[in-house]
Structure formats: C-alpha cells, structure tokens
Design a protein around this ligand. Structure first.
Ligand SMILES: [Zn+2]
Length: 140
C-alpha cells in the first residue's frame, strides 16, 4: 500500500509532529496555507470519515479541539481557525487517508472559499424542508 500518511505513521517518512499516541497523529502540513497549518490523522488507514468507528472519530475531533486551542495559545498569528475535511475526491481529498486540516486564519491571508453562481439566492423554505426530510430519512 502506497500511502504517505501510513508511511509517516510507521516512521518510514518524515513529519514534523505535534502529537502522537497509540491511535492518533498530528503533524505539520508540508504545504501550509498559513504557519501552524497542521493535520490530524488517525493511524488506521481509512479513506473516508464514515469508515471509522465512533471511538476513533471521538478521539479525532477531541484532538482537533485541543490543537485548535493550542494554536491560539502558541504565539503564532491566529485570529481565526478553519477546520477542514476533504471527504472524498469530489471534495478535493488529496491523500486517500482521512485527515482533518486545522488552519490558522488571519485577515487578508489570501485563503478562501469560492461559492457557486446563484449562491446568494436563498431557496424557499419548502425546498429546505424537503431536503431536511430526505436527510432525516437517511439518518434513520
Ligand atoms: Zn494510509
């Protein structure tokens, strides 16, 4: 298996670690949007978030929260933080091993989101209600 995050987890590829334990890793992104941009990665290889068990997901998001707070206390420029998951190729997932980006943000840093045409036109409430019902059904 040729997965750079698994190689990092096995110690076969270098990383600048912030945190390591039996299940979790956190290390600096090698192409940071801003200084302090880090990745939180479960050691177990799965591509998508829903493929993990609840305990691993809990540990992931707990660590994300701790690291976001650590960034705010770090002395690095951090006026805000984006927590970003690219869950699947259509969502711009680049490494096929689930990971959470924790990205320090500052005004004018040049990073941003692009919204599609028509984004400003809010859909009518019945449409929102219908979509909500669809998702509720899938939720079970
Ligand atoms: Zn992997």
């Amino acid at each position: 298996m040729d997965c750079v995050f698994c190689e990092i987890a096995r110690g076969e590829s270098p990383a600048s670690f912030v945190y390591r334990d039996d299940a979790m890793l956190a290390f600096m992104d090698i192409q940071p949007v801003n200084r302090g941009h880090l990745l939180v990665v479960p050691r177990i290889h799965r591509m998508l978030m829903h493929e993990y068990d609840d305990v691993t997901l809990h540990r992931t998001w707990q660590l994300v929260g701790r690291l976001a707070l650590a960034l705010r206390h770090s002395g690095l420029p951090v006026e805000g933080i984006n927590i970003l998951v690219a869950d699947g190729e259509a969502a711009f997932q680049d490494v096929p091993h689930f990971h959470v980006h924790v990205i320090p943000r500052n005004p004018g840093d040049g990073f941003g989101l692009t919204f599609p045409p028509g984004y400003e036109d809010m859909p009518p409430r019945p449409e929102l209600d219908a979509v909500a019902a669809t998702v509720r059904t899938a939720l079970g």
